[in-house]
Design a protein around this ligand. Sequence first.
Ligand code: GAL
Length: 415
Amino acid sequence: MTKYLTRGVGALLSMTALSAPALADEVEVMHWWTSGGEAAAIAVLQEDLQARGTGWVDMAIAGGGGDAAMTALRARVVAGNPPTAAQMLGMTVRDWADEGFLGNLNAVAEAEGWNDVVPPAVQAFGTHDGEWVAAPVNIHRPHWVWANAGIFEELGLSMPTTWDEFFAAADAIEAAGHVGVAMGGQAWQEATIWEAIVLSVSPALYEAAIINADMDALGSEGIVESFEIFRRVLGYADPGYAGRDWNLATAMVINGEAGMQIMGDWAKGEVINAGLTPGEQVLCAVVPGTDGAFLFNTDFFAMFDVGEDAQAAQRNMASAAMSVSFQETFNLAKGSIPARTDVPSANFDVCGQTSMADLVEATEAGTLFGSLAHGHGQPASVQAAYLDVVTQFANSDMTPEAAAEALVASVGGAL
Ligand code: GAL
């Protein structure tokens, strides 16, 4: 199943008449932020908008990573009734913009100088033919290890910086009676872990095998190695992991049932929402071997072109989402870092400050790449070809060699 709109369907849809569902002074917002931390973060936007006189009609579709929300969005557009605004990841913004469904935000973007403050890598997804079509609210980093500080202290462990240290820590955690690695069982969660491992093998491998979909790189020893490491990581999950939501896996780390989780920094939103301090009760470190590199995914709000009546409220929303104060408050709750470079770092915790510094470093080093698992690596149909193999590997006894071969076939067929 493809995650986003495919070109063929889009061409058909562009002939469908659209109508505005929301009143002039309100926005109907489709999003997938329904976990505790996510809901707390989006409430910030809702309140900001209400203070600006724009009402909020909430269209939340549960499901981490947004698969279900994107399916619901397509259904709404097919019915000729798109929401005023929708949360989207980078490649989806491109798809909908290519199909001509998105409104133009250039007037707000120019008046507020978005070009001067949004990093070019993020701009590349929020603009279409040089025009802004979506407002970026954050920069997430998907390759983190989260750990229960109490367990680490009790066992005398420190945050792993190599895979050997990671597996030694997981062994010690299991021996003490906890789950070694809390896992969730959905394709996007498995892919979040696998892509981090590919990056750890080398940033050059990530770039070649994922961003460039290079067939030699996909069938290489490095990819075989990534599946070997992935197989070992999977061995530390508890038997009940199939189908588990990511935030329930985070809760296992928070409450001490599990020692570690590999997940994006939206997991930090759960930690904060539980009243804990990241870096204190729950520790953070980038996935072993990924220091100096940075995978990112940005949540955008795109405005559907639903007619003039809706435009004032849409502009209001875009402007609210891009304000410095909103980006600070929102990202402090969400676990991500701002999509603007001019937000002070002082109030961010140690994990957030690390991300801010690493983003600058990776940009300069040429090791900043879009996340495949989170819609910034490949278009939907190609992304699905990767995820199919990764999830098949995770849920069978496929060998690493066979997985590399399957990737070549699957991705090669989708390109
Ligand atoms: C990501 C999204 C994040 C977070 C996560 C889990 O794709 O960018 O904001 O919500 O999914 O739902």
